[in-house]
Design a protein around this ligand. Sequence first.
Ligand code: XIL
Length: 462
Amino acid sequence: MPWVRGLVVVGLAAGLGLAGPVVVAGAGDRAGVGVAQDVPLRDLAAERGVRIGSAATVEELRDGEYAAVSAREFDMLTPGNDMKWDATEPARGVFSFERGDAVVEAARAAGQQVRGHTLVWHSQLPGWLTEGDFSAVELDGIMRHHIAEVAGHYRGEVYAWDVVNEPFNEDGSLRDTLWTRAFGVDYVATALRAAREADPGAKLYVNDYNVEGLNAKSDALYELARDLVAAGVPLDGVGLQGHLIVGAVPGGIRENIERFAALGLDVAITELDIRMGLPVTAEKLATQAEDYRAVVEACLAVSRCVSVTTWGFTDRYSWIPDHFPGEGAALLFDEDLRPKPAYDAVHQAFGGGGAPVEGCRVGYRVTHSWSTGFSGEVVVTNVSGRPVSGWILEWDFPSGQRIDHGWNAVFSQEGTAVRARDEGWNATIGVGGSVTVGFTARHAGSNEAPVSFRLNSAGCDG
Ligand code: XIL
C-alpha cells in the first residue's frame, strides 16, 4: 500500500505533528500537478485559510493505519459519537468523559483542532432522558446542567461546538422533539447561552442536514439564525452537514453560504459524505469526485466558510451502509485507505495536484513522419491500482522537437519539456484503463524518442 507506506503507523497517542513545509506553487487550477503530489490536504487547506476535518470514533482511532492517515491529512477532528449525550451522561448527573477525552487526546497529538459534537439533539439520547417523563422545568435544568458539565469539561479544548443539532423538518417546520415539546424554539437560545457561559472561547453552531442548498429547510435555518443574531444570542456559525448523494448535489450552495455569511456568521461544512448506490463503478466514482469538488469550491468561494469536515474519511468506517441499506462508498479513501478520485478532486480544489499515481505504463510511437516533422501518439495506462482523476503527462524531447498541434490533451511546451493535461472529459483513468494522446510536431533533422514519461509527477514504465 504505497500511500501509507513511509508513514509512522501509530496508535491513539500518535506523536505525528504537522507534516512538512507546504511546497505547492499555484492554487486554483491544476498548476500544482508536478510539485504538490504528496502534500496532505491539511497543508493545502491551510494555504487557502480553511480547515479540513474528519469525524472519528475512539474505536476507529485504535486502528493505527487509520490514525496515521487521519493525522496526516486532517487538521481538525470531530468525535463521531463520543461527545453525544448517551456517551457523556449515560445516567442522570453521571458524566463520562473517557471516550471524548481519548478523541481530544488524539487530536492534540496530531496537531488538530476539535469540533465538539453535539450538546442538544433529539437522537442518541440516553433512555433515562427520553423515558423520564420530565416536566419542562426539570428538562430546563437537565439541559443546562448537561451543557455546563460537558462544555465546561472541554472548556478551552474545543474550537467549536455543534450546540444544537438538527432542529428542523424538511419543510422548514420545527422538528417535534422532547426539547420543542417543552420549550418551542426557545431551547435553541437557551442552549447557546448556556454553552457560551460554559466555554466562552468556543465558536457556537447550529447544525443541520439538507440545508446545503437553497430550500425550505435552509430558509428556516436562515430565519432562525437571523433572529438569534438580532436578539444578541451567542451564535457564531451554522453547520451544513452535507450528507449528499452522488449525482444529486444541490445547486445554490455558494449562495446559501453567502447569505449566512452576510449575517456575520461563520459557515462550516460539518459532515460531508457523498454516497452512492452499490456496487461502485468507475463512472460513479468520477461523478462523486466532481460532486466533492463542487462542495469544496463553494466553501472556498466564500471567505466566511471556515472549514470542510468529512464524516469519516475511508469507506472502511462509515455510517452510510448501516443507515442507508444498499448505499456506501461515500468517502475520500477506499476501504484499503487508497485515495479515490474524490480525494484527487478535493486535493485539486484546494490547489494541489491530486494524490500521487504510483504506477503508469506508457507506449510511445511515431505514427507518420516526413522530412521536417512527424505525428506521434502516447498511450498511458493506469496500473496504480486506483482510478486517477485529473492527470498531467510530461516528457522531454531529446532532439529539440516542437509540438505544433495536439489532441485528447491540452499541450504546452517549454524548451524541451512537454506537458499534456487532460481535457476534462478524459480526466478519469480507471484501474487498468488507458488514454491516448496525439500530436504533430516539427524537428530539425533528428527525431529521437523521449526516454522517460511522468504521470502526475511519478515516473512511468516504458
Ligand atoms: C452518526 C454516527 O456516525 C453513527 O455512528 C451513529 O450510529 C449515528 O450517528 N448527523 C449527525 C451525526 O449529526 O451525529 C450522525 O452520526 C450522522 C448524521
